[in-house]
Design a protein around this ligand. Structure first.
Ligand code: ATP
Ligand code: MG
Length: 391
């Protein structure tokens, strides 16, 4: 029934001189996301993209719904810009999409970007509504709270008639803002942090600290599965795995128990900064959140952050746990995150970690560790894999 999917992209249209770069990147990301379907050309016209439908509407929508940068989508009928063609299309659409018409209220909502069109948006809506009513006299009109809405966009090229506006993920297309390295554990928080950073157009790579045999291969598989889910949105997720066991053993051997978590996290950040340099990434991303656990007090964040110069983005910082869990459900990572395999942090968690460490205590705790060579060795042994969106 539909000819095209009408795509709205909001924020990108405000990007001034960079606009065409943003739009071209969005088109590229959309093409990637629909590459398992029949090939087609995406048209770009002043504030909208048109994606032709080829008997694959539901699959097309499902794929496009996950592309960052898209604000909303409407499967639409594309017709000539005259009232007769538009009326006919509205009547057809009402026939198909409003199954039971008795007592049902509808309205026609029009937007007119073609300012040369002889009727105003209000007049077009009114006249098209009247045409529908004439055909289906059991329908009623309600302009404020209708059961159904028929949308009409009169644009420079053609007119588009649609029944639905499906929300996209909003944000910016991946890659427009540069690269980031996300410290990705198998927990609930960091996959959500990666998703949120990617939503802002960052090309995010994962960095996982694995402590085999203290954490099992199952724990690593969990992270792989999270990358697979995230690749549905990102197209592909590159995952770097650090073998962290030697460093953890050295920390356990040389540091007071209550400082273990802080020192471990300082190592994670140092290694992450090296990876960022190697990958030409401009920021780290973590799933940290203020005051959720001992290492997330502002005092801890201070001493952990002091080992790096690169900016650290913490997209979850203002969110409550319940909001993070809701988001994890939405994006599809929650079920994987709650599988009960040990994380490298939990294995080494002391009874009473210091919640307010200071820099002096960190320096003291690290004095017997050869920081540089431990970091260098861990970086040299990193394993990298790429997880692609499943077709
Ligand atoms: P998450 O739910 O993401 O595991 P968390 O609530 O368990 O987070 P912490 O253990 O303090 O909190 O970890 C804070 C952040 O440090 C994580 O969100 C993640 O970015 C990073 N991190 C922790 N453990 C690992 C790991 N094994 N590999 C990679 N990053 C990690
Ligand atoms: Mg965790």
């Amino acid at each position: 029934m539909y000819d095209v999917v009408l795509v709205r992209y909001g924020e990108i249209s405000l990007k001034g001189r960079n606009r065409s770069f943003f739009i071209n990147t969005l088109i590229k990301r959309m093409q990637d996301s629909i590459s398992h379907l029949e090939k087609r050309k995406i048209e770009s016209h002043a504030g909208r993209l048109y994606v032709p439908v080829k008997n694959d509407g539901p699959q097309l929508i499902e794929a496009l719904k996950k592309v960052f940068g898209i604000v909303s989508l409407s499967p639409a009928v594309r017709v000539k810009k005259d009232m007769e063609s538009m009326s006919f299309a509205c009547i057809k659409l009402a026939e198909k999409t409003i199954p039971d018409k008795d007592g049902i209220k509808f309205k026609v909502e029009c937007r007119r970007s073609d300012k040369t069109f002889p009727l105003s948006s209000m007049e077009i809506g009114r006249d098209l509504g009247a045409a529908v009513l004439k055909n289906y006299n059991k329908l009623g009109v309600d302009l404020t709270k209708p059961h159904y809405s028929i949308g009409v966009e009169v644009r420079d090229e053609d007119a588009f008639i649609y029944a639905e506006k499906i929300s996209g993920p909003t944000g910016l297309p991946i890659g427009v803002t540069g690269r980031g390295i996300c410290l990705l554990s198998g927990g609930i928080d960091s996959p959500v942090a990666l998703w949120l950073a990617a939503k802002r157009g960052i090309d995010v790579e994962g960095l996982y600290f694995h402590s085999y045999p203290f954490t099992s291969d199952k724990a690593k598989e969990k992270v792989d599965d999270l990358c697979r889910v995230l690749s549905k949105y990102c197209g592909r997720v590159r995952l770097h795995t650090v073998h962290f066991t030697e460093i953890q053993k050295a920390i356990k051997l040389n540091c007071d128990e209550d400082m273990i978590i802080t020192i471990m996290r300082r190592f994670m950040f140092r290694i992450a900064e090296e990876v960022a340099k190697n990958r030409k990434a401009l920021a780290l991303v973590t799933g940290e959140n203020v005051a959720q656990v001992a290492s997330q007090t502002l005092e801890s964040m201070n001493v952990i952050n002091q080992v790096v110069d690169i900016p650290v983005l913490r997209p979850l910082v203002t969110m409550d746990k319940t909001e993070i869990i809701d988001k994890a459900h939405d994006i599809g990572t929650y079920g994987i995150s709650i599988q009960p395999y040990e994380d490298c942090c939990t294995v080494f968690t002391p009874q009473n970690p210091k919640t307010k460490p200071n820099l002096q205590q960190c320096i003291e705790a690290e004095k017997n560790l050869d920081i540089e060579s431990l970091v260098e060795e861990a970086v040299n042994k990193i394993n990298t894999e790429v997880f692609y969106r499943e077709k």
